[in-house]
Write a protein that binds this ligand. Structure first.
Ligand code: ATP
Length: 513
């Protein structure tokens, strides 16, 4: 097992052991690619959602929220293109009977070539030391140029075959590259087929009168169909945005990698309605804005990169992903799409109703263009959890497992720990708890030795521990222990609220944006 796999396994078992994420219906042996969030996970998830909501809706006076239903009229999905085009190409291995996404098999093949490029670069760094010039090395090293050309030509061919629905060429590509089943090594593949990712269900009790419905595969369409409702009732002027968070459902062909790819997940999406012709400006604006939101959490600039799309979805004229360095490599965390007027036009066509914006200053109506930002809440959760879990070796050689979660997102902001369970210390601790609990989520723990209690808080990412001891009886001071540095300070109980505010309040963190 390599280090990355090892780290990912540790993240998954930590998530279970400390009440962040459980397999759904675990006592029935679980349900594939569906997960439940435990007591700490529910708090972390809520905090991420709130951090997003405040940054999008509360900070921007021209963005408002929406909470639309999961069920929608079935024609919505015809109009949006999902019934006809929301497909993934699947391929089965005849020997192992395992099912794969054909495009992902090919992309993984390219990632392996990328690893070879990185190896060459590392060799070059060693050979040339301080004189190493990356740009020059990449553009002159024969092996790297060949590898890069190979990646480019494979990616181009895959994009064009998918675009033209030429699935037999996708299969041919798999065969030419001699791609094998990653689990068994077999190269015995079926033909590549399209597979629609929407879940169907029925509305109504009597089967002869029931209507076929879909569980929404994205929250965006709820925003499009309410565009005029919100614009008129909120007297919104272009440019303006509508944001919402909520569940989405996709019958993913291969749902592995824990909560990275689930069948039921939550999205946080924002559609920004703009004047046609201004999409380049707003595309740049939202790329920068969203990256800043991520960077404000301080998880490290080197963990993010943009990946501009070669193959565009049927509705887009430009698209990029913000990729995050997950334990299994750089993968999409958020999408930023310039969706043109495709969706509003389609809904006009299918409903016969005008979905236009009347601009009183110009005295004209037009169909707005749309810039979309779309992030998976569960993927963001995995990004936070996987990059925060750290094992430190302490001076006495013991291992400290600590979740260095950005303190604004931590499930508990502070833990109150009476040193002993007597002499009136628990009573003072309870009083501190009551004084803080309406401002922040705080934890009270009086069991076990203090060292073990610190470790429990480290493992769930609590940034501050407040210890009540015998000195507190005399002068109402307590010790504050900081999670990351393990340093301790003595402060008066009156200073606790301002200190937690400074360290962990949304307001302070959002001010950095
Ligand atoms: P992918 O290429 O990984 O399948 P996508 O391009 O289909 O993702 P979008 O349709 O752009 O994803 O959805 C927006 C965001 O929703 C993604 O960036 C991702 O964070 C999240 N998301 C999409 N599918 C899933 C899923 N099955 N499980 C968890 N999150 C998801």
């Amino acid at each position: 097992m390599n280090n990355k796999e090892d780290h990912f396994k540790k993240v998954i078992s930590h998530a279970k052991e400390y009440g962040f994420v459980f397999q759904s219906s675990e006592i029935y042996d679980g349900l594939n690619a569906v997960y439940d969030y435990g007591q700490n996970g529910a708090e972390l998830k809520k905090n991420i959602r709130e951090y997003w909501w405040k940054a999008m809706v509360h900070i921007n006076s021209n963005i408002v929220g929406l909470d639309s239903a999961i069920f929608m009229h079935p024609t919505v999905w015809k109009a949006s293109g999902h019934v006809d085009a929301f497909n993934d190409p699947l391929v089965d291995n005849k020997d192992s009977k395992k099912r794969y996404r054909a495009d992902v098999l090919i992309e993984d093949y390219c990632s392996k070539i990328e690893l070879k490029i990185n190896k060459e670069i590392n060799k070059g760094k060693k050979r040339y030391g301080d004189d190493f010039d990356l740009t020059e090395f990449i553009s002159t090293n024969k092996k790297i140029i060949d590898y890069q050309n190979k990646i480019d030509s494979i990616s181009k061919r895959l994009a064009s075959s998918l675009e033209n629905e030429n699935l037999s060429d996708v299969k041919q590509l798999i065969e030419e590259l001699e791609i094998a089943d990653p689990l068994t090594g077999s190269k015995n593949w079926t033909d590549v087929k399209q597979f629609n990712l929407m879940f169907g269900t029925k509305l109504g009790a009597a089967s002869e009168h029931s209507t076929d419905l879909y569980l929404r595969p994205e929250t965006a369409q709820g925003i499009f169909v309410n565009f005029l409702n919100v614009q008129k009732s909120g007297r919104m002027k272009i440019p303006f945005g509508i944001a919402q968070t909520g569940k989405a459902f996709r019958n993913e062909i291969v749902a592995r990698q824990f909560i990275f790819r689930m069948r039921e997940f939550e999205q946080m999406e924002m559609q920004f309605f703009i004047k046609p012709g201004t999409q380049n400006k707003w595309y740049k604006y939202w790329k920068e804005n969203r990256l800043n939101w991520h960077l404000s959490l301080g998880m490290g600039e080197e963990k993010y990169r943009f990946h501009d799309h070669g193959k565009l979805a049927h509705y887009a004229d430009a698209a990029t992903d913000i990729e995050f360095k997950f334990p299994f490599g750089f993968k999409e965390l958020e999408g930023i799409h310039s969706r043109t007027d495709y969706d509003l036009n389609q809904h006009e066509k299918f409903t016969g109703k005008k979905l236009r914006f009347y601009d009183p200053e110009m005295n004209e109506s037009y169909t707005p263009y749309v810039l979309e930002t779309s992030i998976g809440l569960d993927r963001m959760f995995l990004a936070v959890l996987s990059s925060s879990l750290i094992e430190e070796i302490l001076e006495n050689n013991s291992i400290r497992k600590v979740l260095k979660i950005p303190s604004v997102l931590a499930p508990y902001k502070a833990a109150i720990l009476p040193l002993v369970k007597k002499d009136g210390l628990p009573e003072i601790g309870k009083k501190i708890l009551n004084d803080l609990k309406l401002d922040f989520n705080v934890f009270f723990d009086e069991k076990d030795a203090i060292g073990r209690r610190y470790r429990r808080q480290d493992a769930i990412g609590t940034p501050l521990c407040i210890t009540v001891d015998h000195q507190t009886l005399n002068d109402m001071t307590v010790t504050i222990r900081f999670r990351d540095s393990m340093e301790q300070q003595r402060v008066n109980v009156n200073e606790l609220l301002p200190l937690i505010n400074k360290y962990a309040s949304m307001k302070n963190w959002l001010n950095k944006l």
